[in-house]
Write a protein that binds this ligand. Structure first.
Ligand code: NAP
Ligand code: G3P
Length: 493
């Protein structure tokens, strides 16, 4: 079992290129500063362009050999990787907690969830089957061609996860890519790089060749463009902000993209909803991990006849949230991005100045923003539309379900939505009209369980994640057409 000190020491003074170790020098070492207490918890190497080139050459050289290994062998390696992840959930979870200020229990749970993801993927990949077709099922064709249709890996996958799930959103890319025979170049978030490096060392420990799964660290703003435009990339699977994702898509060129981006998920509450249950789901959905979840509830659209009762219940629950140190499992912790804290504070103050009502919170100490509920937010306010990625919950009052659909669809985002009502037919009708990837009925917006399809429309993404969709996205169809001759079989016996 690795200790936290051992865990970080082992990966901060050295770095790998094409599988081999090199000594990092101070000129290219990026310190990893903990948002928890501003302490330096490690350092990672910022890869040069030449080193990135070496990484991709090694990835392409290794890929045919990796793809030629039996699927069951790759699957077994992933199972062993998952076992090591689970065994080291505490050690990696503690590093993750300090890197991204996630409550310790949630950080460790993220590692366990990741092990489960890897196992599910390792098994599901063995259930991907192909298809065969004869030619004469098409008009004018004789039965003289047989198509054997199967799936093959794309080559080398560039995987770029965000800071808020630096392990889980990394394995959600790594596992499907590896099990299908691709090699992977992982560019972890700067806040989360230590956790990612430790995770990948576990994969090497169980037998995944280092040149098959390589990590390139460095600030995305400095090496990102070189990575996404690299000729060695055969697919980019990116999870992050809509701005970064759109910019990446413009630069990537003719490369398949899998983009999971930002959101502004509404919780729609109708007059017949169970307000206690809705308030609990909304507060949990809006404020877990300080609202730093793409699928967080980021606005409430509540029918005005029950708004006062709902807001009172939301305020009561918000006031009970633990605030402070993730080492004590606080729900509300210092934000990873200090500008998210100041930006959210500014939007709240502007909304209140324009007539909104501050129900709870609204104060900030450095990166730590109190859980904030703002009522009577209108469509004229920035808070109704912008993703703050912070513990801020705007409440808009509506008159009808139709208005909820209009306001919901007016957003540039289309990740998820939640509908709280006892009328399932109404929920289904609203869901049918919302332009989003997923509608939760009487539950908080969420990606999990991880084998469910996960996607966003509009500025929220492109393509679909989830175990099976990700496996398919990292492969392509290949068709083998056998031209059949009709030899004379000779006289029957
Ligand atoms: P981000 O700033 O877009 O960064 C995401 C990843 O991209 C990081 O690894 C980042 O590296 C890298 N990156 C930055 N600039 C890049 C560039 N020019 N080229 C290539 N890569 C680049 O997002 P974040 O702050 O980490 O995460 C928060 C955002 O992600 C929110 O908008 C949230 O909604 C979204 N998100 C979406 C999902 C989803 O599944 N839909 C899940 C989680 C988060 P550095 O860390 O070095 O900058
Ligand atoms: O923002 C990360 C996204 O994957 C959220 O996951 O399970 O917390 O909804 P979850």
């Amino acid at each position: 079992m690795m200790t936290v000190t051992d865990a970080t020491a082992g990966v901060t003074s050295r770095y790998r290129v094409a599988g081999g170790w090199r000594e990092s020098d101070d000129t290219r070492t990026l310190p990893v500063i903990s948002p928890v207490d501003e302490s330096t918890i490690g350092g990672v190497h910022e890869y040069t362009r030449d080193e990135i080139d070496e990484v991709f050459v090694a990835a392409h050289r290794a890929q045919p050999r990796w793809a030629a290994r039996p699927l069951t062998e790759r699957s077994e390696l992933l199972h062993r990787f998952a076992d090591r992840l689970a065994e080291n959930a505490d050690a990696i979870g503690d590093v993750l907690m300090m890197e991204v200020a996630k409550a310790g229990k949630d950080a460790r749970d993220e590692v366990v969830r990741s092990a489960d993801y890897v196992r599910h993927t390792a098994e599901d990949a063995k259930r991907i089957i192909g298809d065969t077709q004869f030619s004469d099922s098409f008009p004018g064709q004789a039965r003289n061609k047989l198509a054997v249709v199967h799936r093959v890996p794309l080559g080398t996958v560039l995987a770029i996860p965000p800071f808020n799930y630096p392990v889980n959103l990394a394995v959600s890319k790594i596992a499907p890519a590896l099990v299908t025979g691709n090699t992977v170049v992982l560019k972890p978030p700067s806040q989360g790089a230590l956790s990612a490096l430790l995770m990948c060392e576990l994969a090497y420990d169980v037998g995944v060749p280092p040149e098959v799964l390589q990590v390139v660290t460095g600030r995305g703003s400095r090496i990102g463009d070189y990575l996404v435009q690299h000729p060695g990339v055969d697919l980019i699977t990116f999870t992050g902000s809509s701005g970064t994702g759109a910019d990446l898509a413009r630069k990537a060129g003719m490369v398949p993209l899998l983009l999971e981006l930002g959101g502004k998920d509404p919780a729609i509450v109708l007059a017949d909803a169970d307000l206690d249950a809705a308030a609990s789901d909304i507060v949990s959905g809006a404020f877990s991990y300080s609202g730093q979840r793409c699928t967080a509830v980021k606005r409430v659209l509540v029918v005005d006849t029950v708004a006062d009762e709902l807001v009172a219940r939301i305020a009561e629950r918000t006031a009970k949230l633990s605030v402070g140190d993730p080492r004590e499992n606080a729900t509300i912790t210092p934000l990873v991005d200090p500008e998210a804290a100041t930006g959210a504070e500014r939007m709240v103050n502007e909304a209140v100045a324009a007539g909104a009502v501050l129900v709870h919170g609204g104060t900030r100490t450095g990166r730590l923003l109190q859980p904030t509920v703002v009522d009577h937010v209108t469509e004229a306010m920035e808070l109704a539309w912008v993703e703050p990625f912070a513990p801020v919950l705007p409440v808009l009052r509506i008159r009808s379900a139709a208005e909820a659909v209009r306001i919901g669809n007016r957003s540039e985002y289309g990740l998820q939505a939640a509908v709280f009502t006892r009328d399932i037919d109404m929920a289904i009708q609203i869901a049918a009209r919302l332009d989003v990837g997923t509608v939760q009925v009487n539950g908080r917006t969420a990606r999990g369980p991880d084998h469910f399809p996960f996607l966003g429309t509009k500025a929220s993404g492109m393509g679909t994640q989830g175990v099976r969709p990700s496996i398919e996205a990292m492969t392509r169809v290949k068709s083998l057409v056998v031209n059949l001759r009709a030899p004379d079989l000779g006289a029957s016996a």
